[in-house]
Design a protein. Sequence first.
Length: 258
Amino acid sequence: MTPASVPHDALPGSAGDPPVAERTRARPLSREERRDAIAAATIPLLVQHGAAVTTRQIADAAGVAEGTLFRAFADKDEILHAAVVRSLDPAPAVAAIGLLPDDDGLRPLVVSIVEFLLEAQRVGMRIFAAAHQVLDPHRHSAGRGADPHGDAVPDRTTADRAAAVRRMRAGEDADARRTGFDARERSAREIVGAIERRLADHRAELRVGPGLAARAVFSLVFGNALPHLSGGDRLDAVQLADLILGGIGADVTTDPSP
């Protein structure tokens, strides 16, 4: 946040100065800012605990009281949904890709990009596994407010959850699904763009344009991470980088660019 200009009459020693503690007190977060901060703090907990994360753990991670959670959100599931949506923000990944070291040529850079994408894929899969748990109508079979870790929190009933799942399967929540799909597509597009910008610095070492190279890196890494697409043991970052840079042909000379 860029600090605003300080009026002359607010300088130390001016008449009518408020106490120092009052002058330096942080601006309270708005409700939307508080929701975003809580959602961001919940993401690593989702990776670690899944939907079994407790509101106490979320409050501790966010640095707030549990009551504050429920002034910002209706219930724990709403917090988890917000965390899943927040995890689709590509800005942190784009920034991280931009900061990867690039001192030793194309191959080390590609290895670093692949390592980063593999970790991002691992985290993403854990988060979306937790998202599916949130939609499970049997997760709270003990009744309203029952939590695997004993959280007594406002919550929907099991019947409500079952009805929500039925609506989703019946297509009544198509807009929500579409929104999620669009967010994933936008995230992928921005991450590919970040990879392209890094590869553009090595254009002379590429057989294809940086844009095509970036799409190939992204597609191969994420396809490798999905067992039903890879069809066997997953390749590690070095193996993937070697495959990306060398292809599978011994003497490939054609340019596949459109």
